[in-house]
Design a protein. Structure first.
Length: 277
């Protein structure tokens, strides 16, 4: 499983792309109307309870527009804040702050949204069951979304297709499940092997083979419990498939080691932040 690292250069590169998108080709023609010399202090405030995440993206957005801006972080990434919490203070030329405002808030809102939704699942699942994200991410922004999951208290599944073997339903549909597992074992690449099953019948076909994780996909609670009883002593166990905030507790209560939830990245609602001058 790849480790998620966000270097300063990586953040700055993403900020550059976002600012280019917002300012090409003629800049902020509305903000050009105001006094460019006026210095103001602005407050960055959360309009709702949330896990704050993405402050470095916001900071570098303002600094990329004007490196003389002072951006003071009041709440660290990964902090749970209440409604109306002061997250950061920005001081500098008013035109520079206004130019950077929307891009900075977009980064902060999106990344905080993922961290917040992840944290909701983590709290409901309890300490014994890990919450994992999936590859259901925005293309080219996966590393940022997986970073947000970590800030929300979750864990990262494989980063890309070369990280580990994950034998899923469509692989199995084209070949025998037991034969596929044997092939993965014989590759000897030192990679983790996870095998998805959607029935106890499939599970029984592969028990005894030396691999790492059983992924129970879209199984009801009764069958999930039975599957964990059969396989839990020999393999790490994982559950997935349309698991939401209403069902997470019952799934976690089966004793499964981890639960993968695609919605924490692909459907997390943005958090509402405002900039007050």
């Amino acid at each position: 499983m790849s480790k998620i690292k966000l270097s300063e250069n990586f953040i700055i590169d993403r900020v550059k792309l976002a600012l280019t998108e917002d300012l090409y080709p003629n800049g902020d023609i509305t903000t050009d109307l105001i006094d460019k010399k006026k210095i103001v202090k602005a407050k960055l405030i959360s309009n709702q309870k949330a896990v704050v995440a993405g402050l470095l993206f916001a900071k570098h957005t303002f600094l990329k527009v004007d490196n003389k801006i002072k951006f003071t972080i009041k709440k660290k990434d990964g902090t749970l804040v209440n409604k109306n919490s002061l997250v950061a203070i920005i001081k500098g030329k008013v035109n520079s702050i206004l130019i950077a405002e929307r891009v900075a808030l977009n980064f902060l809102s999106h990344i905080s949204g993922i961290a917040t939704k992840t944290n909701q699942f983590v709290k409901l699942a309890g300490k014994k069951c890990k919450i994992c994200c999936t590859r259901k991410t925005i293309p080219n922004y996966r590393v940022i979304q997986k970073y947000a999951v970590k800030l929300g208290g979750g864990t990262n599944h494989r980063f890309n297709l070369s990280d580990e073997f994950l034998i899923k339903d469509n692989h199995i549909a084209s070949s025998d499940i037991r034969e596929l597992v044997k092939r993965a074992i014989n590759y000897k690449l030192g990679k983790k092997i996870t095998v998805e099953v959607d029935s106890l019948k499939q599970l029984k076909k592969i028990i005894g083979l030396k691999f790492d994780t059983i992924l129970f996909d879209n199984m009801n609670i009764k069958d999930l419990k039975a599957g964990i009883k059969l396989a839990g002593k020999y393999y790490e166990t994982e559950a997935s498939g349309n698991i939401n905030l209403k069902t997470i507790k019952s799934v976690a209560a089966t004793g499964v080691n981890r639960i993968s939830v695609g919605s924490i990245t692909h459907s997390a609602p943005a958090i509402d932040f405002k900039l007050e001058i």
